[in-house]
Design a protein around this ligand. Sequence first.
Ligand code: FMN
Length: 348
Amino acid sequence: MFSIIRPFLFNLDPETAHDLAIKSLKFNPLPNKMFEVEDEQILNIKLLGKNFPNPIGLAAGFDKSAEAYNSLLKLGFGFVEVGTVTPLKQYGNPKPRVFRLEDDKALINRLGFNNDGMEKIKSRIISHKKKGILGINIGPNKETKDQKNDFCLGLKFFFDIADYITVNISSPNTDGLRDFHDQEKLVDLIEALNKIKKDNKTDIPLLLKISPDINNSHIPEISEAAIKNNISAIILTNTTNGNRDNLISKLRREEGGLSGDPLNQISTSMIKKFYKELNNKIPIIGVGGVNSGKSAYEKILAGASLLQLYTGFIYRGPSTAKDIKKELIQILKSEGISNIKDVIGKNS
Ligand SMILES: Cc1cc2nc3c(=O)[nH]c(=O)nc-3n(C[C@H](O)[C@H](O)[C@H](O)COP(=O)(O)O)c2cc1C
């Protein structure tokens, strides 16, 4: 079915196609049964105090303003992360700001945190009871004078309605944001967030989303800061500013973050490095170029306990989660593995 409508969708500007997808998802009448797979229990995994039905999550950025998360869960994703949400509504960068690099199975985006702002998004989530695991990804407004304070506002606002909060320090399209990868600045931020948790007597898991463009020397520093300050999981990785030279698409020099196939190996290698450094003290969520059972399996072998994807969903369509789950189950069965948790990090 998707192969029939894909040429029509791909004829539209990527952002128009995305808005259309969100609108149709809001009214998704398809029955749950259509997206179920056999033997999904092989993929069940317990993490962050939750039972994930499967490890394939939808990454932040697709449902930025929490308009369609229940429909997305219905498509078979094991969890959905909405956002990035900023304290105030913002438009983001001028259009065009999303580019499809079809020949590279990639996207470049410089959206710049367009979203409806936390008030509207919170009331939307309250009025649409979540039917699965929902993460909320938070970040600062472009015009803010105090990025740390914006993160604090996000946590205060959402800790009571999310299953976890992602602290997004890694988008390439907000000036100064990636400076939070410096250890001193990072510790200062996490300490402020932990104080909010303490003051509000909440145990909400805090996750840290990292850029693939950091220096290797940052890996031990970030790991140490995360372990010492009780971060619950690390998400590896956001989009990259680099790796343009090997691309073949016309649009490869567009400014913004690159995602999809060309990010796959970069993020998998970062997962391996962090897996060694974290020494099983903090789990990893792997994201970047996951678009098949094979690419999902490779990231799990590298050390990821859960996965997320965005670009793969654009190219494979509504059955992406279902198809990847089927492919992954087949791989696990062929290797005689009875649960996904038994292979996490086996290649690192
Ligand atoms: C159009 C677009 C918008 C995105 N917006 C966000 C965002 O708001 N917050 C965030 O943390 N990541 C965002 N991302 C990054 C994704 O969550 C993910 O980390 C990245 O795309 C790599 O995964 P993929 O190769 O499966 O797409 C965005 C990605 C794309 C393609």
